[in-house]
Design a binder for this molecule. Structure first.
Ligand code: COI
Length: 438
């Protein structure tokens, strides 16, 4: 159900209050809409990875406060653009379960940022970091909520419109979280409370010598320990035993390292390896052995390329219900029929309603699942799906969005009947601006 809460604007208002309060509320809407227009008319100040590293490298109080005030003034502009995007959707989509929830969250965050006073001291910066950390938590269910809302609205939007809307929403969300988390990490380092990073050099959330092979190995190891449900099942009894998961072999330029956001690279590699493992298991589990997944790393002049090859039978088969591989990135049921499957909608509803959403790094998600599983051994009523959402179907589109945020690429090549090659290319110089959609 949509909540008017005095915020949903013109077309989206469904509850008109009685006369005197109606006048006050109309004036309020008018004022709030004016503010929104003001912010939405500003251009976003897009950054490169290199700028984020250089600015954060030699930190002092003045620079930290500058960083805080950049986040304080930039985020409401980015949110205002996206609120405008939601308002431009047909009414039936705006009022859809999930979309309405995100709209409310964004209005609330927009108002809070707009009214947040300038940050002028280190103490004020501490409070500002706590403020953005709270918002980051509150926004954890945004992706499943949006995916749920847009899946349910799939009949009302042409696929190209639906996908470009989702792309803007997701790129922009990633960008806001990067700015917020980077500032929090810089502040922690400055105050001597830096995170555990196993001694790997980093500036804020950017790892300046991110080793690609080690990242692949780490994700492969996590996948040995995480749930992997057979094909489209979410039945825990169908979790594939860790002894029936294919090995991951790595070759190429195995010493490659570059500056990148570790969490983003891990997310993509984890999702791609997971898909390869599932497909390989599905095709070969009755055979004598599982063919390994081959990962090849190549350090080019401008980018780092990673190819993941499996022998899982390819992509354009009946299981995937798409006619070309890139349709797997789509949120529209017209391109990807699986979007409207009952089990997916159900899993999205669970994720959207849970406070966790899809929060955290892949390590944190797998850790949560392990703890829930251990708990389940003692308490048969606990629900492991609260901790790890199976078959939600957004890992691949999200990987695409992460890959392209700083101008990288993700391509799927299906050798139907044999296997899939995935090509991930990430710019290694850090000179690309964030995507135009932020
Ligand atoms: C989001 O996660 O959607 C955000 O916009 C986060 C930001 C408010 C800090």
């Amino acid at each position: 159900m949509i909540k008017s809460g005095g915020r949903l604007l013109s077309r989206a208002i469904i509850k008109i209050p009685a006369t005197s309060t109606r006048q006050a509320s109309t004036a309020l809407h008018f004022y709030q809409n004016r503010q929104l227009e003001l912010y939405a008319s500003k251009e976003t100040k897009r950054l490169t990875l290199r700028q984020l590293v250089y600015f954060g490298r030699s930190m002092n109080e003045e620079r930290l406060l500058k960083s805080a005030n950049y986040v304080r003034t930039e985020l409401p502009v980015r949110i205002a653009h996206r609120l405008r995007d939601i308002q431009a959707l047909p009414y039936v989509v705006v009022t859809q379960e999930g979309v309405a929830k995100v709209y409310e969250l964004y209005w609330s965050a927009f108002e809070k940022f707009r009214n947040y006073p300038p940050v002028t001291t280190l103490e004020e910066n501490e409070a500002f970091c706590a403020f953005i950390a709270t918002l980051l938590n509150e926004h954890a269910p945004v992706i499943p909520s949006l995916s749920l809302g847009l899946s349910l609205s799939s009949h009302y939007l042409p696929p190209e419109k639906l996908d470009s809307f989702m792309r803007r929403m997701l790129i922009s969300r990633i960008s806001r979280r990067v700015l917020a988390e980077h500032h929090i990490a810089l502040s922690e380092t400055f105050s001597g409370r830096g995170r555990q990073t196993n001694g790997e050099p980093h500036v804020g959330i950017i790892f300046t010598g991110l080793n690609v092979k080690r990242t692949v190995e780490h994700c492969a190891q996590l996948l040995k320990e995480s749930p992997l449900w057979i094909a489209n099942s979410s039945d825990p009894s169908e979790n594939i035993s860790r002894y029936h998961r294919p090995d991951v072999q790595i070759d190429g330029h195995i010493d490659t390292s570059f500056a990148y956001i570790r969490e983003h690279l891990e997310y993509i590699i984890f999702e791609l390896l997971k898909n390869s493992m599932l497909a390989t298991h599905a095709k070969h589990h009755r055979g004598p052995s599982l063919p390994p997944i081959q990962v090849t790393i190549v350090a080019g002049e401008y980018d780092v390329a990673i190819r993941i090859s499996d022998q899982g039978g390819g992509l354009t088969n009946t299981r995937n219900q798409v006619s070309k591989p890139s349709d797997l990135f789509s949120f529209s049921h017209v391109r990807n029929a699986a979007r409207l499957e009952d089990s997916r909608i159900g899993a999205l509803r669970t994720a959207s309603a849970s406070e966790q959403g899809l929060r955290g790094t892949v390590d944190e998600q797998v850790g949560r699942w392990q703890r829930a599983q251990a708990q389940e051994r003692y308490d048969s009523t606990s629900n492991h799906t609260q901790a790890f959402h199976p078959r939600i179907g957004i890992g691949l589109p999200m990987s695409y969005i992460y890959a392209t945020y700083f101008g990288g690429k993700l391509e799927l090549v299906s050798l139907d009947g044999w296997g899939t090659d995935v090509y991930l290319r990430l710019p290694k110089l850090g000179t690309n601006l964030e995507g135009i959609e932020v």
